[in-house]
Ligand binder design. Structure first.
Ligand code: 0XW
Ligand code: MG
Length: 367
């Protein structure tokens, strides 16, 4: 039992480590607004969570929305037992429907707290540590074929063996991008072409005709799940579903209707570690592999993702990202830290990272 007595909400800026981050449909940014929450309990225990939405056009969420939603339900969390995740979600859901991304930060902080109380790393609480370490992927910002091939060459030299290649603009140009990257990628490297739903159905039909022979996965070619199903029917490329999977029902549809063999699970879209663990276990039981991450984030997000990945069997995992390698600002001493393209989860209790509040300034607000 750890009754919540205070919630502090901090904002900070995360700049992209490789210049400009570009996705389909002209979505581009050099920095993102992230939100950290600290939950304090009457027994002196504290937990940290983070949510970073990737601007306001990646999914229906934005930094100001996360902060407004948290300020809405935070008062209802005072007095709630932070180690009782069911009670925590009931308190939030009782005030606000949806807004899974805002709830995600609170959920992660409560898992951190529960782990500290139990003196166990979060990985031990959400399935058990089954991987000591795991390979990390990095996204290749959408650019010219040459610049994208150059990114892959540079980051391959740093030990990265999986790349998510951003596409989803003109299909002929995208095919050039993918060919350039496939040419430079080593034999042990996996490539995932992620259109982020940027192709119309007609564009996606043209695209798969041009890229069908390449050794790549195809992620979320179109926005609508029914368009992805049509595209899957026209290509032999293995498919990954991302943006359109929000619920267990969507996940079953991704497998049964679309024919996707993998799903990209993001903490913020699923209400935190609780929702992501549920979807991870469901995906694995459906025979699908999973990509594990969030939309964006810093050290705290990376720590949460590391525990989810460490508790997922290697055979069930398609990819994992450590966003603290993609961003320059480190609120927890740049931990967890990747090594030669591989990540691992901290061994300490909870998330296993210490946030340095001196790096954050004053909270945006507290309840
Ligand atoms: C959310 N993203 C756009 C950020 C990272 O590049 C992962 C990615 C995705 O869509 O999978
Ligand atoms: Mg994606």
């Amino acid at each position: 039992m750890s009754q919540i007595v205070a919630i502090d909400v901090y904002g900070y800026e995360l700049t992209y480590a490789h210049g400009e981050y570009v996705m389909s449909s002209g979505r581009a940014a050099t920095s993102q607004e992230s939100t950290l929450v600290r939950i304090s309990c009457e027994d002196g225990e504290q937990g940290w969570g983070e949510v970073c939405t990737l601007a306001g056009t990646y999914w229906p969420a934005f930094a100001g929305g996360a902060r407004a939603a948290i300020s809405e339900f935070a008062p209802a969390l005072l007095g709630v037992d932070a180690t009782n995740l069911g009670a925590v979600h009931a308190a939030m859901d009782g005030l606000l429907m949806g807004h899974a991304y805002a709830k995600s930060a609170i959920d992660i902080a409560c898992w951190d707290l529960l782990g500290k109380k139990a003196a166990l790393p979060v990985a031990d609480l959400i399935g058990g540590r089954v991987q000591a370490d795991f390979p990390l992927y990095e996204a290749v910002p959408l650019s010219s074929p040459e610049a994208m091939a150059d990114f892959v060459a540079r980051r391959s030299a740093a030990g990265i063996t999986c790349f998510q290649v951003k596409v989803g603009n003109d299909p002929a140009d995208d095919a050039e991008r993918l060919r350039a990257v496939a040419k430079i990628a080593g034999p042990g490297t996996s490539l995932i072409a992620d259109a982020n739903g940027g192709w119309t159905l007609q564009q996606a039909v043209r695209a798969v005709r041009l890229i069908d022979e390449l050794p790549i996965y195809l992620e979320q070619p179109c926005q609508r799940i029914e368009d992805c199903r049509i595209v899957r029917g026209l290509t032999s490329l293995p498919m990954v579903m991302d943006e359109s999977v929000l619920t267990p029902r969507d996940l079953v549809a991704a497998k049964a209707d679309v024919g996707a063999g993998s799903v990209n699970l993001k903490l913020g879209r699923l209400g935190g570690l609780s929702g992501a663990r549920l979807m991870r276990d469901l995906a694995v039981s459906l025979g699908m592999s999973v990509s594990l991450e969030d939309a964006w984030g810093g050290d705290v997000t990376t720590a949460a993702v590391s525990h989810l990945a460490a508790s997922t069997a290697a055979a069930d995992m398609l990819s994992v990202s450590f966003f603290n390698d993609w961003t320059n600002e480190h609120v927890a001493g740049y931990r967890p830290r990747s090594r030669e393209g591989r990540g691992s989860a901290p061994a300490e209790a909870g998330l296993g990272v210490e946030v340095d509040t001196d790096r954050l300034g004053e909270p945006l607000f507290s309840v």
